[in-house]
Design a protein around this ligand. Structure first.
Ligand code: DAH
Length: 341
């Protein structure tokens, strides 16, 4: 009696095992579970027959019954896991070509670099070449050779950063004039963009580190008219063809005569607005005819050669052009600010 039932039990489990092996979805697995373990399933009906088994055969049957029940339970778990693993495998390596591509954020040029590039490009078109010099300079190149008097206030340690060895952080790109003329014979036609340092208290318009672009032209019979036309052309190229130029007398040790150069305000076209402080003019550059002493300091004979020079602040141009009202924004490297350029 027990043997007969045990055979029936095992056959049923074997059949279920086959069915689970080929099950293609959850529903097919569930159908097997219901058939075997369900309320009116096989296990239920076979345990109802237990009472017909003679007592001495009961332990043997009970053992087989429990084994079969455990087996079918673990087969069901296994079948579910296989189904999951199978579907994961199927999608492996498949690429959804309809998905939008990943965007790689592109950096932008810093506004300071943009202004430098634009200024250099304009001067290049006029035949200037770029020259560079060191940011750590000698007192000679930053002051003496540029005809700066020994008692000039800009030399004061309150205004200039000095190193222990007497060198300094250049306060102006005018140093490159000297460096270039020491190594090259005239004619000279250079522009020199770069960093400068001054011991200022930082505020909305002052920074201890800033940028200038310097220009120097030395040739035979260079006149103030050449300077004026060069600056006017530069202004029109940079700020638009309507731009006008105004020169005001000034003083710099390295030029004689010296001027300050204003361009008509690009915001209001000269009518007067907040940017130009209602004057209609923007002060952009310092300039002048190279002082004969400077030429002598580099071994050029002022009887043979003359020239003009100019220098301007890059930050000032950038702030006007991009309507930036605080110079410190240019150095904070806040992505939200920089991404706008
Ligand atoms: N170096 C001057 C400054 O920092 C700017 C300047 C003025 C440069 C006149 C020049 C020049 O070459 O001729 O304020």
């Amino acid at each position: 009696m027990a043997n007969e039932l045990i055979t029936k039990l095992n056959a049923k489990i074997e059949g279920a095992e086959q069915a689970l092996k080929t099950a293609r979805n959850e529903a097919e697995i569930e159908a097997v579970r219901v058939e075997i373990l369900g309320r009116n399933g096989f296990i239920h009906s076979i345990s109802a027959e237990m009472k017909n088994i003679p007592p001495q055969e009961k332990p043997e049957f009970g053992k087989a019954f429990n084994l079969a029940k455990n087996k079918i339970e673990s087969l069901l778990v296994e079948a579910k896991e296989n189904l999951k693993a199978g579907s994961a495998k199927k999608s492996e390596g498949l690429i959804d070509v309809t998905l939008p591509g990943r965007k790689w954020p592109l950096g932008t040029k810093h506004p300071i670099s943009k202004v430098i590039d634009d200024c250099v490009a304009i001067f290049r078109r006029m035949g200037f070449i770029v020259a560079e010099g060191p940011e750590i300079e000698t007192v000679y190149h930053n002051f003496d050779a540029l005809n700066t008097p020994a008692d000039h206030p800009s030399r004061d340690p309150q205004d200039t950063f000095y190193f222990g060895d007497g060198r300094l952080l250049r306060t102006q790109t005018s140093t490159v004039q000297i460096r270039y003329m020491e190594k090259n014979q005239p004619p000279v036609r250079i522009v020199s963009p770069g960093r400068c340092y001054r011991r200022d208290t930082p505020d909305a318009t002052h920074s201890m580190n800033f940028h200038q672009i310097e220009g120097l032209y030395i040739d035979k019979n260079v006149s103030m008219a050449d300077l004026k036309s060069t600056l006017l052309y530069f202004g029109k190229e940079l700020m638009g063809s309507e731009t006008q130029l105004r020169l005001r007398p000034h003083f710099f040790p390295f030029t004689e005569p010296s001027v300050e150069c204003d361009f008509s305000c690009i915001m209001c076209g000269g009518k007067g607005c907040r940017v130009c402080k209602f004057s209609g003019w923007l002060e952009i550059a310092g300039a002048g005819m190279v002082n004969p002493n400077v030429l002598r300091n580099v071994g050029f004979n002022p009887e043979d050669w003359s020239g003009y020079a100019f220098g301007m602040g890059i930050e000032r141009i950038a702030m006007i052009r991009y309507k930036i009202n605080d110079i410190r924004l240019l150095y904070e490297n806040d992505m939200r600010f920089l991404e706008q350029f």
